[in-house]
Unconditional design. Structure first.
Length: 527
């Protein structure tokens, strides 16, 4: 099935809550956050911006849930390993668990050290800048979600902090080396994700799918692949998902994950041997072997995402809270439970209400996925982050996951022999019919050049004109088929262009929005 077939399903919309109902529930959550922050912090002097920050933090968290979580469960949904309902249930549970269990008690107030807070001596100005950062990042994520573009929430909040910081203290406040790393991640992240995902997909095709005895090949290689996935996710979760609970170095985390990988190898080998007795020797049977690993990957990626990216929503809010309570600016701030709850529940609310749109985009609207392709993307998401971290390369998990989707789609285009053969056959027919049409033209010219034509000559000329008309129609159809054959693609180019454009402008767009909001706040606060 290519995208011409996939596009036929684009018009089929799942029954969901109406837009008004979604908006009402989202506003209800923000009202609850407003009332809670107002009543629980009533004794805090000058708590207006704390309440405003809490509302903006809730809005930001919902947009993270609506946009970023799609990367964790989208491939599993697109491959039919999970239904949309169960994907949302699993993601919601594990996002919340990751936020509460491993979100940390302390968060960096300035994401990625993008600005130097010491250059903003006035806590009030700092509060305005962080408020602007929160709102601008949330607005940009909201826009990206509305157009179906999965973007990096980290880059969104980085852009917001940068724009607010520049507006508050000038361009010297920005750590431009860090900004250079972020810009390089626009290229490094999707490229690494695409290469790793395509590499695993090619291995599976070469070692299993292209083999005559697929079941025997699956018994040999699928347990190895599952154990590699177990090691990758084990190391990823220990280093990234549980870093606030337990701090281990790479080698210790890798050793623990290796033990889990060995266990998973023998366990999966036993299960696959048992399942092989009732499996048919075809691709669908091999596909089904990856369903359970995909479900586990969706849960683990969601847990790690909740642990890491909740800081994108509550980091600036924690900074505002700390600045108001202590009347000073610090690089790190403690996180009260209510702020962590705003981030955790906000992500879940945004996922439930608005997540399906981006889940469909990642899962089925870029390229068609099955369990094998989705498995390759999932393992790439974890393995690439680990590799990049050890090499000191700046990466975005969002860009890695979507880059993995691009990678498996483009690999299909490269390897698909049927498409190539079809294009070659159409090209040959097109050339053959064009030559026949040219011969008919030449023959017609010869007969029309006869000065004294007989009755048979006129009959022949009429017959030739009829054949020319028929052959011209055939050549016209051949030409159209040839163009269609060349256009047959397994990756939707419009989706690629839209997503890459959104990636490139995320930081500057959020920064410009943030600066504008900061000056608006400043104009209101200073008569």
């Amino acid at each position: 099935m290519d995208l011409n077939t996939i596009n036929k399903f684009d018009k089929a919309k799942e029954k969901t809550l109406s837009s008004f109902a979604k908006l009402s529930l989202a506003l209800l959550f923000m009202v609850v956050v407003f009332l809670w922050s107002y009543t629980s912090n009533g004794d805090v002097p000058n708590n207006t911006f704390l309440v405003i920050g809490a509302v903006f933090g809730a809005y930001m968290a919902m947009n993270i849930g609506a946009n970023d979580v799609a990367n964790n469960v989208g491939p599993a949904v697109g491959s039919k390993a999970l239904t949309m309902f169960w994907a949302i249930v699993i993601a919601a549970i594990f996002e919340a668990l990751g936020s509460f269990i491993a979100g940390g008690e302390v968060v960096k107030t300035i994401k990625n050290g993008i600005i130097d807070p010491a250059l903003i001596p006035n806590p009030e100005i700092f509060i305005w800048a962080m408020t602007a950062a929160l709102l601008s990042a949330a607005l940009w994520l909201n826009f990206a979600t509305s157009v179906g573009a999965p973007v990096s929430t980290t880059h969104s909040i980085v852009g917001g902090v940068m724009g607010g910081g520049i507006a508050a203290a000038g361009f010297s406040i920005v750590n431009w080396d860090t900004m250079g790393e972020i810009v390089s991640s626009w290229v490094i992240s999707p490229l690494l994700g695409a290469i790793v995902a395509a590499g695993f997909l090619y291995f599976i095709k070469k070692q299993i799918i292209y083999k005559e005895d697929k079941i025997t090949a699956a018994i040999k290689f699928v347990p190895i692949l599952i154990s590699i996935m177990t090691w990758s996710f084990g190391t990823y979760i220990i280093l990234k998902g549980l870093k606030e609970v337990i701090k281990l170095d790479f080698y210790t985390a890798g050793a623990i994950a290796l033990v889990l990988a060995i266990i998973s190898f023998f366990w999966s080998k036993k299960l696959i041997l048992k399942a092989s007795l009732r499996l048919e020797n075809n691709r669908n049977s091999v596909n089904n072997l990856f369903t359970i690993p995909l479900i586990f990957s969706a849960a683990l990626l969601s847990f790690a995402h909740g642990a890491n990216d909740v800081a994108n929503a509550i980091g600036p809010l924690a900074a505002i809270n700390d600045a108001i309570l202590n009347s000073e600016i610090s690089s790190k701030a403690s996180i009260p439970f209510w702020i962590m709850a705003v981030g955790a529940f906000g992500i879940v609310v945004g996922l439930i209400l608005y997540g399906p749109k981006l889940i469909r985009t990642v899962g089925s609207e870029i390229t068609e996925l099955d369990q094998i392709r989705a498995f390759s993307i999932a393992i790439a998401a974890a393995l690439t982050v680990i590799i990049a971290s050890q090499l000191g390369l700046p990466v975005s998990s969002t860009h890695i996951a979507v880059g993995g989707v691009f990678g498996v789609g483009f690999l299909r285009e490269f390897l698909d022999a049927n498409e190539t053969r079809f294009a070659q056959e159409v090209r040959k027919k097109f050339k053959k019919d064009k030559k026949e049409l040219s011969d008919l033209y030449n023959e017609l010219v010869v007969f029309e050049a006869i000065e004294e034509k007989s009755k048979e000559d006129y009959i022949k000329i009429v017959d030739l004109y009829k054949k020319v008309d028929e052959k011209e129609n055939i050549v016209r159809i051949d030409k159209k088929n040839f163009k269609d054959a060349k256009r047959t693609k397994y990756v939707k180019r419009e989706a690629v262009s839209k997503i890459v454009a959104a990636w490139i402008i995320t930081v500057p767009a959020a920064a410009i929005l943030s600066a504008a909001i900061f000056f608006m706040i400043k104009g209101i606060m200073i008569p």
